[in-house]
Design a protein around this ligand. Structure first.
Ligand code: SF4
Length: 327
């Protein structure tokens, strides 16, 4: 069985303080590094275009995440609409750019989290939620008061501010952030985030400070810790080796779990950048995988599949294998 999550130990006063601080960060909005300064409680929209209430695209037990996250019961996944990063190749552009989703209240979301737990999900997996933090915290507080006890997984782009992450300390047990780029020029070109490296690396250090290495229970299910995701781009466009070199120079590789992803497809506006307007070749992916192995990290990698550009992503078919660092 999964363990008791950290947030279950927060008092009512703790929750009040976190929600008060999150409200402060939302008006004027500084929830993410864009620091738009709009008032989210006055229905003003910033770079992410998110409104002042929760918008959710889907809620379901996800069986295609990394093995310790999905386990046998699935990861109770909540996909939030909108995104602070807005990558031109977004693999979920229907949510991030086209705003697919429905508005729900924190009480509704709390009920959905409890429903996922009662279905046997090992955790609640919040995907791209930072722009909804004030409303999200209310939902987790209400769900916790009604018996939610599985760990929270914070599944995000890695473009996060330390002050926002500080509000999640003792609430999030498992961080599942991206490290998208090892090169600011690429981050600027594909995500309009020329400060991504500095911001992302500080965020990763803060996440690790909060939760440490990924730890599994006797059942093999993740209980707490950090697992970093990296999506390999065509032509080395993500600067993958730079990311791995940074992590090796900053952490003990044996303390880090990295999940390498091969599933890139040239979706949304990828055609505007010819160098990424194709899938990743086997050689490109394998060279990053070798780099990952040579540096001795723990983690997971997806099996490479030759697929054409019209492939529709089905995460339930995602193949992930455990890899011991140094193999
Ligand atoms: S969460 Fe949205 S509105 Fe707030 S700073 Fe970030 S992009 Fe701007």
């Amino acid at each position: 069985m999964s363990g008791q999550a950290s947030y279950t130990y927060l008092t009512a006063d703790d929750w009040d303080a976190r929600i008060r601080d999150a409200d402060r960060l939302a008006a004027p909005c500084r929830l993410c590094p864009r620091r738009c300064g709009v008032s989210r409680f006055a229905e003003e929209r910033g770079f992410c275009n998110a409104p002042g209430e929760l918008v959710v695209s889907s809620v379901f037990p996800h069986h295609g995440e990394e093995p310790p996250i999905s386990g046998s019961g699935g990861s109770g996944t909540v996909f939030f609409t909108y995104c602070t990063l807005q990558c031109i190749f977004c693999q979920n552009f229907q949510l991030s750019h086209h705003a697919e989703g429905v508005r729900i209240t924190p009480a509704d979301l709390a009920g959905k989290m409890l429903g996922l737990q009662s279905q046997g999900c090992h955790n609640i997996n919040l995907v791209t939620a930072t722009h909804f933090l004030p409303w999200l915290l209310r939902a987790v507080r209400d769900a916790s008061a009604s018996g939610l006890s599985v760990p929270i997984v914070y599944n995000c782009s890695g473009y996060e501010l330390p002050e926002t992450l500080a509000l999640l300390a003792g609430i999030v047990d498992i961080y599942l952030p991206d490290m998208k780029y090892g090169d600011d020029a690429a981050a600027s070109r594909y995500s309009a985030a020329g400060d991504y490296l500095t911001v992302n690396r500080a965020a990763i250090r803060e996440m690790f400070r909060q939760v440490g290495p990924l730890r599994m229970g006797d059942d093999g299910i993740a209980q707490r810790g950090l697992c970093i995701r990296h999506l390999v781009l065509p032509g080395g466009g993500a600067g993958s080796a730079g990311i791995l070199d940074y992590l090796k120079s900053t952490f003990d590789p044996q303390d880090l779990h990295i999940s390498l992803m091969a599933q890139y497809r040239p979706l949304f506006r990828a055609a505007e950048c010819p160098e990424i307007n194709r899938t990743v070749t086997f050689d490109e992916y394998d060279s990053v995988r070798r780099c990952f192995i040579d540096r001795g990290f723990n983690g997971f990698y997806q099996e490479f599949e030759e697929l054409d550009a019209s492939f529709v992503i089905d995460f339930s078919k995602r193949k992930t294998e455990r890899l011991q660092g140094g193999e």
